[in-house]
Every structure is written in structure tokens, then in C-alpha cells.
Design a protein around this ligand. Structure first.
Ligand SMILES: [Fe+2]
Length: 256
């Protein structure tokens, strides 16, 4: 199996190639390559043919008839508090994650469905395909959703997820992260990304985060600790804005 050292060499090489291109006058690229070799499965699964428009039948709305939908009444306050979804409280460091959903001009996007999913404090997903030997928490499922307010703001209460191993290479560990989805006006517009926590020592080792080779774009995936958002004797606050386009855009996973 490939070692971390070998992966790290590839990560540095890709970053240096990008930075050399920038120094030579190349454009900034805020989106990762579809085929980023250190992230092994990206090479195997990225599209090799042009994407096929869903609208092959000539009916642009057909896909929306069978796609998931939601209404404002589907989303309750309980959905945004992942610590209150079971009989007891989950173990871990309670956190408040808050920010704003903005377009490229800094305008707030109101009434938008934001969904998140994450591992528990031990780094284990409540999912049958996660079989790594860390404990499940009977009081934590790890999924939540909310609608943005008039100022584009959202807030979740949850616990800080743990780092977890994966099988990209030998001794591969993902830094703690929360997956985010922004639904848009229809399922065909859905965007998916990840939020990280500041100061995580695993950042340089992680091919998924490092697949964003532009340092400023990578930094925008990292939340800021916000002491003003911390609630006394209750939770630590992290602030993270999601910007949909423009030069400050948050990296969004392609093809989801
Ligand atoms: Fe994950």
C-alpha cells in the first residue's frame, strides 16, 4: 500500500506545480482537478466523457418531478440541533456552527435549505459502510438541516466530529470535518462541500483537502473559531460562510 510519505510527496508536487503556474502568470484555480492523483479514487471515478444533460427528453422539469423536494414546514428547529435528536445527549465537545450563505457579490441568500452530515466525536459515522473500530453513539445520528434566515444566516448545534481513518493509503486519516449541502431551488442545483476546523494537524496529510491546490481557496474551507459565538458554559463557536461564486467562492464538489 502507498505510504503517507509517498502521498505527501505527490501532494507537494501538485501544489508546487500549481504555484509555479501562478508565478508564471497562470490563472487562479479554486476548484480541484477531477483527477487528483494523491486522492486515489478521484482518478478512478472522474468523468472521462462530457456530462450528459439530464434534459435529454426535452423536458427540463422532468427530473424535478422525481427528485426530492422540501417545504418550509418540513424543517423544524430540532433539525438544526444535532444534540437533541435522541433521548440523551451525545458525547463530545458541544459546538455552535454559524455563518451566512452568500452569492458572489456578498448578497445573502435567504430561505435556502442547508443540510449537514458528520461523524460523531469518536470519528465514526452512523452508517453501515463505516466499520472502523470506534464507538457509535446511540445519542448521535450526525445529520441536520436548516433554512437560512433573511440575512442568509444559518446556525447548527452539534458536537465536534473526530478524525477518522480511510483507505486511500497506509495510515490515512481525514481531518475533522463536516459535510455541507446547499440544496438550491431544485435538486439539480444541489452543491456539496466540506468545512474544517482551524489548526488541525492533519491538514497537510489529507489529499482531499489538499486537492484544492490554491492556498486561499483551501483556507476558505476552514471555519474560524469565534469566541463571540461561543455560548457560556454551553458550546464553542465556529463561524463559516459559504460563498457560491466569484473570487471568494467556497470550493464545491463537482458532479454531485
Ligand atoms: Fe466525511
Amino acid at each position: 500500500m502507498t505510504t503517507q510519505d509517498e502521498i505527501s510527496v505527490e501532494i507537494v508536487a501538485a501544489r508546487e506545480a500549481y504555484e509555479k503556474g501562478r508565478a508564471d502568470g497562470g490563472h487562479a484555480v479554486h476548484h480541484p482537478s477531477r483527477s487528483y492523483a494523491p486522492y486515489r479514487s478521484s482518478v478512478l471515478r472522474h468523468p472521462r466523457q462530457p456530462l450528459v444533460a439530464v434534459d435529454a427528453s426535452g423536458d427540463p422539469e422532468a427530473v424535478e418531478l422525481s427528485g426530492p423536494v422540501f417545504g418550509a414546514t418540513d424543517v423544524t428547529a430540532l433539525d438544526s440541533d444535532l444534540t437533541r435528536q435522541h433521548r440523551g445527549e451525545p458525547l463530545g465537545e458541544r459546538i455552535t456552527v454559524s455563518g451566512r450563505l452568500l452569492d458572489g457579490r456578498g448578497r445573502p441568500l435567504r430561505g435556502q435549505l442547508i443540510e449537514l452530515w458528520q461523524a460523531n466525536a469518536s470519528g465514526r459515522y452512523a452508517h453501515q459502510r463505516d466499520d472502523h473500530p470506534a464507538p457509535l453513539d446511540p445519542n448521535f445520528t450526525g445529520v441536520g438541516r436548516t433554512l437560512t434566515g433573511d440575512d442568509g444566516s444559518y446556525t447548527f448545534t452539534t458536537v465536534k466530529p473526530g478524525a477518522y481513518p480511510w483507505r486511500n493509503h497506509d495510515n490515512a486519516w481525514r481531518p475533522a470535518h463536516i459535510h455541507f449541502s446547499v440544496f438550491g431551488q431544485a435538486f439539480t442545483q444541489r452543491l456539496v462541500t466540506q468545512m474544517y476546523f482551524p489548526g488541525d494537524p492533519l491538514f497537510p496529510y489529507d489529499p482531499i483537502l489538499q486537492s484544492v491546490t490554491d492556498a486561499s481557496a483551501r483556507q476558505r474551507l476552514v471555519a474560524a473559531y469565534d469566541h463571540g459565538l461561543s455560548r457560556p458554559e454551553w458550546s464553542l463557536g465556529y463561524r463559516w460562510d459559504i460563498v457560491l461564486d466569484g473570487p471568494s467562492a467556497t470550493w464545491i464538489e463537482e458532479g454531485r
